[in-house]
Design a protein around this ligand. Sequence first.
Ligand SMILES: [Fe+2]
Ligand SMILES: [Fe+2]
Length: 202
Amino acid sequence: MRLKPFIPPPKAISAVNRRLAILPAGLRAHIERARAEGIRIAAALDVPAPEVDFALAAHDLFRAEPDDVLLREAARLGWEIDELERDEPRLLHGPVAGLWLERETGLDHDEITSAVTYHTTFAPRLGTVAAAVFIADKVEPEKLRRNPALVAVRDAALAGRPYESVLLYLKWLSDDLSTRAGRPHPRALLATDWISTMLSRS
Ligand SMILES: [Fe+2]
Ligand SMILES: [Fe+2]
């Protein structure tokens, strides 16, 4: 357990703020809604709100970058680009943001960088900060308005069940993708298996 409240290094705060300032307005509005939702979910899950908030501030900083920039940045930062990411480079916006935070802003905080890196797919063995970030991103009010089925995801989180909430979302996403001839990322499938096994043992 951390004894001191998390305070991001000033260099990381200003780097994140500089990038936030140049994002398209719609994306910035989504980030603000996700941050507000993150505060509520962090309280419900009893996880530290400052970590969740900083991760949500950073999670979509590269979401508006074109495919070629995402592919170039992912390679430059040392991410191993898989086949699905090569086909759909927007899947790289989380990994690029996570690696950028770690390598280029001086942020030394695995929970935050993992939460950012894996906010699109989730991943096995992630903790509750990453779960809170993942959920808040998916159930902020505008996304909930577009997909009312996600209210169950939010309800599970607000009832203090982070992994059930993530699992509900991953299953919803898999079903949703299958109606559009899409396929889940292999890491999302691994996360689904990991959470299912963990919940069946508890
Ligand atoms: Fe994202
Ligand atoms: Fe997002």
